[in-house]
Design a protein around this ligand. Structure first.
Ligand code: IPD
Ligand code: CA
Ligand code: CA
Length: 271
């Protein structure tokens, strides 16, 4: 099976499992602080995805959010070596865990495949809407088989812009500054609770743009390819092209990108 077909099949299988177990009782734990929680379904989803992918491609590398949290050292090593790794799968088993826990739709499964640091496959599945978004480098982006194209909006004033709520106070302050800048200038704003879904919606032209601070590769790697393959642009806050190590991410239809960046500011992670 091709990489993209495997990613689509596995995202759907994991997404269907988490959706079916949403109404059941599941354990919820804090991950270091009260702003960041994990359920047993995050772990079950990641184990399933890992198993399926490594069964099909045993020599590929795998980076999942929950495993990375448990073993920070291996996470740092995998990302540091991403540029040399022939095939590295980067997976968020549930993006939007807070939505999941609160029984709000809009949680996703996000699966990216990178080759020497470049995202070559990106799949985001939203089980609540049964929408499967996928992209392959150079081959376009699709949702349930329909080709995606970013919005044609030319200015921030006519844009619908989304952001997220990161799990650290410092990153939240940075997001709030951005809301302060862009809120009064854009048509309207959304915070849907899944970075992967936001990026997929930018690719689909439903949102004009999305930005957030303090993200990880598993939140965004798949979604960034959806956007670029749908004709949009993804950078850091200074306008440099997205890399898997980029934590502060702006994705847009491309046309409003420059204007957007004038209102968003680079910040250092260590301040
Ligand atoms: C979170 C979601 C959320 C974003 C946070 C992420 P998680 O991921 O993408 O929208 O604002 O920054 O951490 O914890 O649900 O996988
Ligand atoms: Ca996430
Ligand atoms: Ca997650």
């Amino acid at each position: 099976m091709s990489y993209v077909e495997l990613a689509k099949q596995v995202a759907k299988e994991a997404g269907t499992m988490i959706k079916n177990r949403r109404e059941s009782r599941f354990t919820i734990e804090e991950k270091g602080n009260a702003f960041d929680v994990v359920t047993e379904l995050d772990k079950a989803s990641e184990s399933l995805i890992r198993k399926r992918i490594l069964e099909a491609y045993p020599d590929h590398a795998f980076l999942g959010e929950e495993e990375s949290f448990a073993n920070h050292h291996s996470f740092v090593k995998s990302l540091a070596k991403a540029d040399e790794t022939p095939f590295l799968w980067i997976v968020d088993p549930i993006d939007g865990t807070s939505n999941y826990v609160q029984r709000i739709p809009g949680f996703t499964v996000s699966i990216a495949l990178t080759s020497k640091g470049e995202v070559i496959v990106g799949v985001v599945y939203d089980p609540s809407q049964d929408e499967l978004f996928w992209a392959e480098k150079g081959k376009g982006a699709f949702v349930n088989g329909k080709e995606l194209k970013v919005a044609g909006t030319e200015d921030v004033a006519r844009s619908v812009i989304a952001t997220g709520f990161p799990s650290t106070p410092l990153m939240r302050e940075a997001v709030l500054k951005g809301i302060g800048e862009l809120g009064p200038r854009c048509q309207t704003m959304r915070v849907l609770g899944s970075a992967a879904l936001h990026l997929a919606y930018v690719a689909a032209g439903r949102l004009t743009a999305f930005w957030e601070y303090g993200l990880n590769a598993w939140d965004v790697a798949a979604g960034t390819l959806l956007i670029t393959e749908a004709g949009g642009q993804v950078t850091d806050m200074a306008g440099n092209s997205y890399k898997v190590s980029t934590p502060h991410v702006v994705g847009s239809n491309g046309q409003i990108h420059r204007e957007l960046l004038t209102h968003l500011h680079p910040i250092r992670l260590d301040v």
